[in-house]
Design a protein. Sequence first.
Length: 192
Amino acid sequence: MSVFAGLLIGTGGLVYLRVGGIPGAVLFAFGLLSVVMCKAQLYTGKSGFLPYREFPKLILMLAGNAVGCLIAAAITQYVASDAVIGNLSGIMAAREKASWIGLLVTSAGTGMIMTLAVYGARKGHYLPLLFGVPVFILCGLPHCVADAYYYSVAALQGQWEWWILWAWLWAILGNYIGCNLPRWFMGKEFEN
């Protein structure tokens, strides 16, 4: 189910690369809506909810997510267009020029948004799922699983560079921190 979650997020990433802008950001939400509906195992969908001692499960989950993103990236090679390449180039340029602290802080924002979106769905409120994704995309905040998809597309296009690994690692850590902010701030209210 973690590979499936990566494939779903990669599908959202593909539509964003093809359409771009606000429409693409809104359509990307299909990925998260599908993850929640199918109970797929998404790193940022579980990081703020699993007990801390179960952190190793998150690493395996993230690895599965990355494999699913790679599958989606392979599919992308058959539908790549100038729009896909242009939108991907913009994302890659933003990640490359970001500092490690910038990546960490902005990724924390994405993690917080993702946890609140999933928290809302667990409470029977699904609009945060629909709006959360466009919010982090339009703010330019990194999502480690979506970035795994973008980096996979770039790698398959022959654009791999070593900075990608470091940017991805900072996004993973930042997303984890942000995913746990609601739990830390809300305390027992979060568990109810």
